[in-house]
Design a binder for this molecule. Structure first.
Ligand code: ZN
Length: 194
């Protein structure tokens, strides 16, 4: 699987809720987990790999040998937030870019598990931060959208580079055009979202 980079439009669009948990979805989740570990991430949202679905995976350790920290969240909702913490974040869709982001210190998050049951987590600090970052992705929000003006100015040159890269890739046919992406999204919604 390929991880899409900013400013791919799939990253800027609110994802659609998953309506059916079928073998295709389970396969997609396995692929996402594999991709997350391969790229040494601690979380990955479905739209980062081109599937605009309300679904993310995470493992706060980033360690494939520690599956007890592995979580799959389908159609997640953050029910409660408390406190504020600032810490540095990066994102697989923004290679080489790191910046301080404000996040809630504690969250309660509800979602559907891969077996279809409802799961609730109370997380603080690191797992809470990761879950908020991934949850944002599903709303079409990237971590750079959460930055304060000064921090944003610092990374502006790198963001411009990513934009130029993306445009070149589209021109060279290495990435689908926005129109093709829209078609692909409509197809997927038929398969997973009825
Ligand atoms: Zn991210």
């Amino acid at each position: 699987m390929e991880v899409l980079s900013y400013p791919n439009p799939v990253l800027m669009r609110k994802c659609t809720p998953v309506a059916v948990i079928n073998q295709r979805l389970r396969d997609l989740v396995s692929e996402m987990l594999r991709t997350m570990y391969e790229f040494r991430g601690v979380g990955l949202a479905a739209n980062q790999v081109g599937y605009p679905l309300q679904l993310f995976v995470m493992n706060e350790t980033g360690d494939i040998e520690k599956p007890e920290y592995e979580h799959v969240l389908i159609n997640p909702i953050i029910k409660k937030r408390k406190g504020i913490l600032v810490d540095e974040e990066g994102c697989l869709s923004f290679p080489g870019i790191y910046a301080d982001v404000n996040r809630s210190e504690f969250i309660e998050i509800e979602s559907i598990a891969i077996d279809g049951s409802i799961q609730r987590f109370k997380w603080k600090e690191r797992p809470a931060r990761i879950a908020q970052h991934e949850y944002d992705h599903l709303q079409g929000i990237c971590f750079v959208d959460r930055l304060q003006e000064l921090n944003l100015q610092e990374i502006n040159t790198k963001l411009e580079e990513l934009k130029i890269n993306y445009e070149n890739n589209v021109k060279q046919g290495l990435m689908p055009s926005d129109e093709e992406t829209q078609k692909f999204i409509a197809e997927l919604e038929k398969q997973f979202c009825e």
